[in-house]
Ligand binder design. Structure first.
Ligand code: ADP
Ligand code: DP6
Ligand code: CO
Length: 325
């Protein structure tokens, strides 16, 4: 374990969603997306290569993982091993400071942290851009978790130019209140859900068309630090993504009754003059985009319907980084 070094990567929540691949193997998306990295949720991962081991071993939250979960990580590590000319088995130790597979983007922080740790363990010394391309092949949303702030994943024309770029440091008054409606593992993974949507939803072409327009408009709004405009586009884009899912066959919905309660509360708060906007991913949890300076007030309003533990305030997170073991 002497060569183990640990990397922390933060999750990110898309304001302009990625929902569909044009290449399943390389994870190339049908559209570009844009997210805000969050400092309250992250993954820490260490990778060590050890020639005395027979095969890869993967511990998540101190629990040894089964063959299927380990295989996913092994395949991803092979990308690094092939590039570095290594065949050595690895021990992977990862801790999620985010619920796993619940629609809170554990695959984003998880795969980005794994990419960062593999980069250090192999000594490949990849640039952030190369790291983003590697992370992408673990999970699409992980492409963006290499950077902090507002991040765009440019869909590109091939694997070589489908990576993330930082759009803005988000060092202004913006953040999220995350409403954890349910942190259990979802029944339908993002991967399966989006595949089913791309192949069966008659709304899918409309989604691809309109998300491209949303992206242009939100980038301008971010440049202008126009919070209301950023929020309106975010809420609308998220709802359109869920609309394409409803059109899939069989139809897909990740919502729960409390998701709707949270969305209604956001609309109500807006009517009362507090600017805030919701977005949801492939899970029942609701993320409320707000001015960080309003977040406590919003949390207090949510406490009428949810418990303290279900409400997490987060500011913008930073780039992935090495942390001490
Ligand atoms: P989420 O909404 O949490 O991103 P997904 O269905 O997209 O849910 O992805 C969950 C999958 O991400 C897990 O089944 C696992 O394969 C992977 N994952 C999550 N955390 C980690 C981690 N720390 N290290 C490696 N892979 C991870
Ligand atoms: C709804 O990145 O989890 O959160 O690429 O198959 O691993 P894979 O899927 P994943 O999908 C994320 C979908 C989303 C929107 C987003 O994060 O952009
Ligand atoms: Co995911």
């Amino acid at each position: 374990m002497s060569n183990a070094r640990k990397v922390r990567a933060y999750t990110n929540i898309a304001l302009i969603k990625y929902w569909g691949k044009r290449d399943d193997a390389l994870i190339l998306p049908t559209s570009s997306s844009l997210s805000l990295t969050l400092d309250a949720f992250y993954t820490e991962t260490a990778v060590s290569f050890d020639a005395s081991c027979e095969k890869d071993t993967f511990y998540l939250n101190d629990k040894i993982q089964d063959e299927a979960a380990t295989l996913k990580v092994s395949r991803f590590l092979n990308l690094f091993r092939e590039t570095a000319g290594l065949k050595t088995p690895a021990t992977i130790r990862s801790t999620n400071y985010v619920p796993t597979a619940a629609g809170l983007a554990s695959s984003a922080s998880g795969m980005a942290a794994l990419a960062g740790a593999a980069n250090l363990a192999t000594g490949l010394n990849l640039s952030p851009q190369e790291l983003s391309i590697f992370a992408r092949q673990g999970s699409g949303s992980a492409t963006r978790s290499v950077y902090g702030g507002f991040v765009e994943w440019q869909k590109g024309t091939s694997s070589a130019d489908s990576y993330a770029v930082k759009v803005d440091d988000a060092d202004w008054d913006i953040g999220m209140v995350v409403v954890v409606v349910n942190k259990k593992q979802k029944e339908l993974s993002s991967r399966e859900g989006m595949k089913q949507t791309v192949t069966t939803s008659p709304f899918y072409s409309g989604w691809v068309e309109s998300t491209a327009v949303d992206l242009v408009n939100i980038k301008k709004a971010i440049r202008d630090q126009d919070f209301e405009q950023v929020g309106e586009i975010t809420e609308s884009n998220g709802m359109k993504m869920h609309g394409t899912m409803l059109g899939a066959n069989p139809p897909i919905s990740y919502w729960e009754p409390d998701s709707v309660v949270a969305m209604q509360l956001v609309r109500q708060l807006r009517k009362q003059g507090i600017p805030c906007y919701f977005t949801m991913d492939a899970g029942p949890n609701v993320k409320v985009l707000c001015r960080l300076s309003d977040s406590q007030k919003i949390k207090t309003a949510f406490l009428n319907y949810f418990n303290e533990e279900q409400l997490i305030i987060s500011g913008p997170g930073s780039d992935l980084k090495e942390v001490s073991l």
